[in-house]
Design a binder for this molecule. Structure first.
Ligand SMILES: CC/C=C\CC(=O)SCCNC(=O)CCNC(=O)[C@H](O)C(C)(C)COP(=O)(O)OP(=O)(O)OC[C@H]1O[C@@H](n2cnc3c(N)ncnc32)[C@H](O)[C@@H]1OP(=O)(O)O
Length: 725
């Protein structure tokens, strides 16, 4: 049953019942109409309380219904209007969550009581739409335009205590929200309801409000580059200022349909469900997320307190896991300790502002130089710099010091997890946990399974990711895993574009206009050019190990761009040295400006190597870079390193600044059309046979030959997950 009704004296309690999150599906909406109608007509009923089963009010509209005929039956706003117009007082008892349509339903009620643990919000913007059941019209009438705009455009989940301050809820209780709502409902029987009907409230407009809305548009254009939903949200809120409630609703509806026509909601909703699917990992043995039990992690340790290690310590502490943090010498320990403590202070401050007690919400951190102290921890994460010998030395030590069932994780960004595991007595307990920098902020975690990694270790690492609030994706062990492996051909194309006549700022601008958080050159400057240079030097691609007589722009018979190496040889490592592809105000500076030195250097380089300049074409920049990414994605699928295209997209959306409203590189390839992607790559490869990364992947050809089936069908054509080195 989608909703039930019972009578508590003269108060009817209508309970939405649609596990797991009480989404307002068509059957729930029908049930609400029926139960609410009967309660309204029942002379024994003097007031009505709405709540949700399983201590969750509602997660809003059923996202799976968008784009289907089910969404057209009984509109949520019609239900909201009926509730608001009720002559009997209606109180929402909010436990757990009231999100999207869930909060819109609660806003139609005359009163709202929330449990202290509850969160409310209008997160529709995060799935590419806007609140379209009156939310953009009722919320500004309740809490004012500026506060409502912030809630709607950011889509954040607001804790009950803040919701009370904002005026979204009338009462917050520590105990049972349902009992409190029933009590309130009884108390207000017979009180006038007019002022409680939000659609009747008037918003007074003034020029400050107009300026405020105009500024919000400009800010949103910069902040959400290319995303249409935030702008539609602002327009809908603007309508609440100028139009009557009903005209505002019509505007809200029109904006919803025009957003749908852009294709962005479909991409963002694909991204939403792909994230949930990533947690449902499968293994070639047939084992799955729901057959394997994760071990509890009560204590953890982090080795290395560089940028990555510090972020990982904070993540663990925020998940209330006590951490032991280790460094190799006293001086580095002191530096790391200071940095961690200052980050922890910031976290504690945030908790205090939310009304929580930091000491009960943060795990303790103990700093030491002594590996002996790790003997009882449940899990260790090694986060030292990328050097195989150093990592092996640490894992040998860990293997002898840690208790036999402790899990040993490496935060390598691309080294061979099996080789690291091979030096331990427990390769089955070794697993890769590749965090992204800054690790306390970035949501992505690549969990890398080695040949011998046990299913329990996989389940435990995936579960830990969830506990840390991350989106964990299980991948196979191959050089650079998934995300960084795909970056190779992408950055290669970016460099070739510079050789062919573009400048870093032009390539970055094209990719940023496409929607990337950062273009490839800004990203390299931020990450540090020396990291890749060190790795290329070790591989003999640059430096003294390159055989005499090797052409400058060729390695092992393929095209090679030495541009980044030359920059590094001149000490240009990016932001950290104040010079890289851009120039910065100082070493460590963040604001990059185009550098005349780079322009001059590129012009001389092109002349020296007699490279013909291509006519400028921003579309070509995007195609070459984005298709290079997707092509490597197809190879990764062929190899079974990722088990489905959705996993690759989750990795790019959450770890590499890919615009979510384009779904991810694989979704993008699918939406552009696989035959077109194949054709573009084929043409490029024919003209550039010395660039093997652009040779169309076998799987791409296979899928294109099938006419480019929908992305959810690709899974049937890909290999079994394996480890490939
Ligand atoms: C006419 C338009 C009117 C209104 C517009 C809307 O209301 S749009 C919907 C707005 N609501 C949201 O965007 C909320 C989305 N959900 C979430 O943020 C989280 O799921 C939530 C509710 C905070 C719970 O998080 P948790 O980590 O506890 O669980 P998980 O995310 O794994 O979700 C559990 C399963 O529920 C499915 N689900 C969640 N929300 C919805 C939804 N609104 N519609 C349909 N399904 C939803 C989710 O996919 C999980 O299912 P599974 O089968 O396991 O994948």
């Amino acid at each position: 049953m989608a909703a039930t009704r019972r009578l508590a004296n003269t108060v009817a309690v209508i309970t939405i019942s649609h596990p797991p999150v009480n989404a307002l599906s068509s059957s729930v909406r029908h049930a609400l109409v029926k139960e609410f109608g009967e309660a309204s007509r029942d002379p024994k009923v003097e007031a009505i309380v709405l709540n949700g089963s399983g201590r969750k009010f509602s997660a809003g509209a059923d996202i799976r219904e968008f784009g289907t005929s089910a969404i057209k039956t009984v509109s949520l706003e019609d239900i909201n209007s009926t509730i608001e117009a009720s002559q009997k007082p209606v109180v929402a008892a909010i436990e757990g969550i009231a999100l999207g349509g869930g909060l819109e339903l609660a806003l139609a009620c005359h009163y709202r009581v929330a449990d202290i643990q509850a969160k409310v919000g209008l997160p529709e913007v995060l799935i590419g739409i806007l609140p379209a059941a009156g939310g953009t019209q009722r919320l500004p009438r309740l809490i004012g335009v500026p506060a409502a705009l912030d809630v709607i455009v950011r889509g954040r989940h607001i804790p009950a205590s803040e919701a009370l301050k904002l005026g979204i809820v009338d009462e917050v209780v520590q105990g049972n929200a349902l009992d409190a709502a029933i009590q309130l409902a009884r108390k207000v029987i017979g009180y006038p309801l007019n002022k409680k009907r939000l659609s009747t409230v008037r918003i007074s407009s003034d020029s400050n409000l107009e300026d405020f809305l105009d500024t919000a548009v400009e800010k949103a254009k910069k902040q959400f580059r290319g995303a249409k939903a935030p702008l539609a949200c602002i327009e809908a809120v603007r309508a609440s200022v100028h139009l009557s409630y009903h005209q505002g609703l019509e505007k809200e509806r029109q904006l919803f349909f025009s957003l749908w026509a852009t294709g962005q909601p479909q991409a963002q909703q694909y991204a939403f469900f792909s994230e949930r699917e990533a947690g449902k990992w499968t293994h070639s043995s047939g084992a799955r997320w729901d057959t394997e039990e994760a071990k509890p992690i009560r204590t953890a340790a982090v080795i290395g307190l560089g940028t990555m290690g510090r972020g990982i310590v904070i993540s663990l502490s925020k998940a209330k896991i006590p951490v032991i943090a280790i460094e190799q010498d006293a001086q580095q320990l002191e530096v790391g300790k200071k940095a961690v403590n200052s980050l922890l202070e910031r976290e504690a401050e945030k908790l205090k502002q939310q009304g929580s007690v930091p000491s009960s919400n943060l795990g303790s951190v103990h700093f030491t130089l002594d590996f002996g102290e790790l003997q009882d921890v449940d899990l260790v994460i090694e986060a030292v710099y990328e050097n195989m010998e150093l990592k092996k030395e640490i894992f040998r030590k860990l293997s002898s010091v840690c208790k036999p069932d402790a899990f040993l994780c490496t935060n390598t960004s691309g080294l061979n997890v099996d080789e690291i595991a091979s030096v331990t007595h427990r390769p089955n307990q070794v697993i890769g946990t590749h965090f992204f920098s800054p690790a306390n902020i970035m949501r992505l975690l690549e969990v890398v399974r080695g040949q011998q990694t046990s299913l329990t270790a996989i389940a435990t690492a995936m579960n830990l990711g969830k506990k840390l609030g991350k989106v964990a994706v299980l991948v196979g062990n191959c050089p650079l895993f998934v995300g960084n492996r795909m970056l190779g051909p992408y950055l290669e194309q970016a460099s070739y574009l510079l050789e062919e006549g573009y400048y870093p700022e032009e390539v970055d601008q094209a990719m940023e206009e496409f929607g990337f958080a950062m273009g490839p050159f800004r990203m390299m400057d931020l990450a540090g050019l020396d990291v890749g240079w060190r790795s290329r030097t070790e591989k003999g691609l640059t430096g003294a190990k390159v055989p005499q007589g090797t052409p400058a722009r060729q390695r092992l018979g393929s095209r090679y761009s030495p541009l980044a190496d030359i920059l590094c040889e001149s000490g240009r490592f990016g932001q950290k040295t104040g010079r890289g592809w851009y120039q910065y105000e100082k070493p460590g500076g963040r604001t990059g400006k185009p550098d005349p030195w780079v322009k001059d250097f590129l012009q001389k380089y092109r002349k020296t190597h007699q490279i013909k300049q291509q006519p400028s074409n921003p579309e070509q920049i995007v195609e070459r870079c984005a298709f290079a990414l997707a092509n490597e994605g197809f190879r990764i699928l062929e190899d079974g390193i990722a088990s489905c295209p959705e996993d690759i997209d989750v990795i790019y959306n959450n770890g590499y600044g890919w615009p979510k409203y384009r779904g991810g590189p694989m979704y993008y390839a699918s939406s552009v059309g696989l035959p077109k992607v194949l054709d573009t790559l084929e043409k490029y490869y024919k003209a550039n046979p010395d660039v093997p990364s652009m040779k169309p992947a076998f799987l791409l050809k296979k899928l294109a030959a099938l006419g480019g089936p929908p992305i959810k069908e690709w899974r049937t054509q890909v290999g079994k997950p394996v480890n490939k080195l």
